[in-house]
Design a binder for this molecule. Sequence first.
Ligand code: SER
Length: 326
Amino acid sequence: MLRETKRILVTGALGQIGSELTLELRKIYGAENVIATDIVNKPTVEMSDSGPFAVMDVLSTTSIDNIVSKYKIDTIYHMAVILSAIGEKNPQMAWNVNMNGSINILEAGIKYEMCRIIIPSSIAVWGNGVPLENTPQACCLKPTTMYGVTKVCGELLADYYVQRFGLDVRGLRYPGIISHATLPGGGTTDYAVAIYYEAIDKGKYTCFVNAETRLPMMYMPDAINSTIQLANADFSNLKHHGDYNLSAMSFSVAELAESIKKYIPNFEITYEPDYRQAIADSWPNSIDDSSARKEWGWKHSWDLDAMTKDMLKNLRTRHELGKLYK
Ligand code: SER
């Protein structure tokens, strides 16, 4: 019989996904039961006022032990990660944080007999040679970035800990995540967020990948829902563990710019592709997530135009208050 989650720890809680995930988990499980942690000691007022925040280094087992035992943690959402673009600037750091951080969290899961560990994966697990359209759940994983290498290893580790130790580990392959609350931290898909900020701030944007670049993307409310939904799915229905394909929408940069022009007709876009073009080109255009839909009922809610409208509305409000970049 699976135990129910009572006390949650979120790593990387000040990051793009961690920040919104933490606040949503606090609504569901009670603020005092969701411990936000990050290596950076700069919680927003919203984060520190709404529940416990602690500095925790996922590379230090002592640091993890201290927080997990102090708060009697039984579930971890492990969001601390070095993304693809930053990872290519410092591959050894990406390996160290992503692999040693994940194994430390998995070991804590065993040591403290936790109910569940969530470790996200990414579209970065794929690389050249993969079918680009409707990329299937099971196909060759040959990433070209260190971030992707660590995500493939992370998926394998998740499966290993399930089979070898009976630990309940779950994960999904996030597409590019778009949000207005917290900026992403150094991924290849960051252009799909930056474009909205610059559209509001300057009415124009210079994109670091070309107009035809088409990648799978998701709006943050769908990303949060999918994560919590997978975490709460009946384990016996799950045929996969750490590697669920996940999809919502898919668009080119030109299509994204057109969507913005519906609301800001004078918006201008120019292109100056850099090293991130090759990374984007190695990732799929669209994803087949039928396993997630079948095994735990995944269903997305947001499409491109609805997301654009909501992004621009929220960012415009912040801009008017002089707090676009906070
Ligand atoms: N958003 C991530 C990145 O661009 C992909 O998962 O690195």
